[in-house]
Design a protein around this ligand. Structure first.
Ligand code: GAL
Length: 666
């Protein structure tokens, strides 16, 4: 990487590593800590799965080994990020209280033998979670080397955010009663007149699984809300204890890419910043799972992951926590960064040479304050023996180690990120959309990612934000799939149109907070802003397409979804040609607001290009696999492909980055 001189005024990207001293013989610890420091690492993350070693028997704590591990790191000049160990309750606790185990959708109790075997609604588990959190926080909370905390580990991993246990059932009933007051109010809100689903008592309300067929989306939506609240409450209890016993340290949680079983904005309340675990080659599976891109992309990027897939999650988690007072810009951490091959995808290719540097620099450019590699030494025991680390099983450096050694974090200052485009994202819209996708080819993430990718291909930096956040200051606001609309949200967006160009995607404002549709049809309270009403929507099988025609005969081909509009003040920019929607409006414009009804990558890119230029946001036309990202005065230009790329008079070697002063790109 060609780089700028170190900045004097700003701190720079901090590198760290996830380490498991409890996995290796103690005589190795001191040498490892010195090697970590010599590699340029600043911190280690410790102990997120170490409960059985912290408390081998009920109430019998053994801190000696962790005391020594913390001291060993500190003596080598490393900072320590400690974790609450609640992702892995010990066997003795499960034996004493089998009711803490979660119950799957199939009604089967998930047994001990892996991790995350607990139910968020178990009062017994919550008590033990508080107890062990207090114990570990009291012991280490004021240790000078301890700079921060990670709560638990990857809430929801292994499909555990929702449980179907008796404890959950009881807590769900109580939650419904608090929310609706009376069963009649619940019947009205859920529309239980449909299929004779009216209840006459709370106890009759089942958990939303095991029904003969489709479950009322209002019921499923409320269960998702309830379950999300349980995760949030679980985390909040730990955060409160960590604040009490570890003043001045940060508290974060490490989320997963594209995970959606709870509302991450809600769960993140009270954190200093969000973190996420970035495994770019493993996350390629999202291309198939969520149909983010055509399947060939997963092969094309098998050794690096796709730049937009990883970048999306950086931008998502950067926007998760609203910056506190005195904090200029949001930040995030990559708490686990892949640094070799993973063990959990359907195949696990070795990363390309240069990939670890590419990933680290990309995370920095998207606003990360720290990147922590997973893990120091490859495990020689347990489920992850096939996973790599910075060191091989033998303890010799692996490829990732060599790439980290060559990095110059001093050239990556923590300048503020300043996107002029906001992309709105909302988990409740996601849930409603994905509960009834109505088209095999499309889902919430796929639709949202289409708009994000178009923006990134145009060289634009993006803040992904909750729709109810302050949007002033953004030149363009893009809401690709904001299907849940409330009167308050509609008023907020309408106010935003006073200062920003707005672009909406299909199925905008199609559902109410209760999970139905507005009485007035799509757009409801947003109709005045859009200047149109929904006419009809067409859902297409793979292989079916719908032509769209614009001014001068320009054409695009829509797939998966096409919705048309009746004009009520707006003008039609694009029309459908052929098929059942022939002649109807496909894209409408009303003042500062453009609404796109057809799902077509090229159409979306064209609409966004126009809106950006109109709003004075500079665009570029980037080749596939080449991306520009700005952080403060710097622009990172990256080539994620295995070929040399020529762009604007520059040549980028395969899998490489160039750090440029921003004005070079202007
Ligand atoms: C993460 C998890 C780590 C480890 C890693 C392997 O999801 O937090 O503990 O399992 O995956 O890639």
């Amino acid at each position: 990487m060609s780089s700028l001189p170190p900045s004097d005024s700003l701190p720079f990207l901090s590198l760290g590593v996830c380490d498991y001293p409890e996995h290796v013989p103690q005589p190795l610890w001191a040498g490892y800590a010195r090697d970590q420091k010599a590699l340029g690492l600043e911190f280690v993350r410790l102990a997120e799965f170490a409960w059985s070693r912290m408390e081998p028997r009920p109430g019998e704590y053994d801190w000696a080994w962790l005391d020594e591990a913390v001291e060993t790191s500190a003596a080598a000049g490393l900072k320590v990020v400690l974790c609450t160990p609640t992702a892995a309750p010990p066997a003795w606790l499960v034996e004493a209280h089998p009711e803490i185990l979660p119950v799957g959708r199939d009604g089967q109790v998930k047994s001990f033998g892996s991790r995350r075997h607990y139910d968020f609604s178990s009062a017994v588990y919550r008590e033990h979670s508080r107890r062990i959190t207090r114990a570990v926080a009291e012991r280490y909370g004021r240790h000078p080397a301890v700079v921060g905390w990670q709560t638990d580990n990857e809430f929801g991993w292994g499909d555990t955010a929702q449980s179907f246990s008796p404890a959950v059932h009881a807590a769900f009933h109580a939650w419904l009663e608090r929310r609706y007051g009376t069963v009649d109010a619940l019947n009205a809100a859920w529309g239980n007149v449909f299929w004779s689903m009216d209840y006459s008592g709370w106890a009759q309300v089942p958990l939303p699984h095991h029904a003969v067929s489709e479950i009322n989306p209002a019921h499923a939506l409320d269960f998702l809300r309830f379950s999300s609240g349980e995760v949030a409450a679980f985390q909040a209890e730990q955060v409160a204890l960590l604040r009490e016993h570890s003043p001045g340290r940060f508290v974060t949680h490490n989320y997963m890419g594209f995970f959606s079983a709870y509302d991450h904005y809600e769960v993140s309340r009270g954190l200093d910043f969000a973190s996420w675990d970035s495994y770019p080659t493993g996350t390629l599976q999202a291309i198939h799972e969520w149909k983010l891109l055509a399947p060939h992309f997963a092969l094309d990027y098998a050794r690096t992951g796709h730049p937009d897939v990883t970048a999306f999650n950086h931008d998502l988690y950067r926007g998760m926590v609203t910056p506190g007072a005195g904090q200029a810009t949001p930040s995030f951490w990559v708490m686990e960064q892949q640094c070799g091959q993973v063990n959990w995808a359907s195949a696990n290719p070795l990363p390309a040479p240069g990939a670890v540097a590419l990933w680290t620099e990309q995370a920095w450019a998207h606003g990360a304050d720290a990147v922590s590699y997973f893990r120091w030494r490859a495990a020689t025991v347990g489920q992850e023996v096939l996973h790599s680390g910075l060191l091989r099983h033998s303890g010799r450096p692996d490829q990732g180690h060599r790439e980290v050694a060559a990095l110059r974090p001093q050239a990556l200052p923590l300048a503020p990120t300043r996107a002029r485009v906001a992309l709105l994202h909302d988990y409740e819209s996601l849930w409603l959309y994905n509960l009834q996708p109505h088209s095999e080819g499309l889902n919430y993430w796929a639709q949202t990612f289409t708009y994000y990718r178009a923006l990134r291909a145009l060289g634009v930096d993006v803040d992904i934000l909750h729709p109810d956040r302050d949007l002033s200051g953004y030149a363009v606001v893009v809401a690709p799939a904001l299907t849940l609309m409330t009167p308050e949200r509609a008023a907020h967006l309408t106010a935003s149109a006073g200062h920003s160009r707005l672009v909406f995607g299909p199925r905008t404002a199609f559902r109410t907070a209760a999970g139905g549709t507005p009485e007035t049809g799509q757009f409801g309270d947003l109709a005045g802003l859009i200047g149109a009403e929904l006419s009809r929507y067409d859902s297409l099988y793979a292989g079916m397409t719908q032509d769209v025609e614009g001014e001068g005969g320009a054409r695009h081909s829509a797939h998966a979804w096409a919705e048309s509009y009746d004009l009520a003040g707006a003008e039609a920019l694009w029309h459908y040609r052929g098929g059942p929607l022939d002649g109807e409006a496909a894209v409408v414009r009303h003042g500062a607001v453009t609404t796109v009804g057809a799902h077509s990558e090229s159409l979306v890119r064209g609409v966004l290009r126009g809106a950006l230029r109109e709003a004075g946001v500079e665009t570029a036309e980037l080749p596939e696999g080449v991306r520009l990202t700005r952080r403060g005065p710097h622009t990172l230009l990256q080539n994620w492909t295995g070929e040399s790329v020529h762009w604007q008079g520059r040549t980028l070697a395969p899998y490489s980055s160039a750090l440029l002063p921003q004005e070079v790109m202007a």
